[in-house]
Write a new protein. Structure first.
Length: 91
């Protein structure tokens, strides 16, 4: 247990950050799940709508160092490829 006042404050601050980061990570997973669901159903307009939101969330997460920038770029790239595969399957 921390004794110093600043250490106690650090513990509180860390707990707040951990909770916020968990919520943000959960939101990323939710949007990724929604996108995959839209891709599997073949609904390109829905997929593009969700992809736009997911892309924004990934960029924001990378900006706040929740995930690495290259990790965000890789996820966006792979999801874009999956969206483009909707047209290939339809043709």
């Amino acid at each position: 247990m921390a004794n110093l006042k600043s250490s106690k404050k650090d513990i509180r601050r860390t707990a707040r950050r951990k909770e916020r980061n968990g919520e943000d990570r959960s939101e990323l997973r939710t949007y990724a799940r929604l996108l995959i669901k839209a891709i599997k159903s073949g609904d390109k307009t829905e997929a593009l709508s969700v992809f736009s939101k997911l892309s924004s969330k990934l960029d924001r997460a990378a900006k706040t160092k929740l995930i690495h920038k290259k990790n965000a770029d890789r996820k966006k790239s792979r999801m874009a490829l999956r969206i483009n595969s909707i047209d290939a399957k339809a043709a």
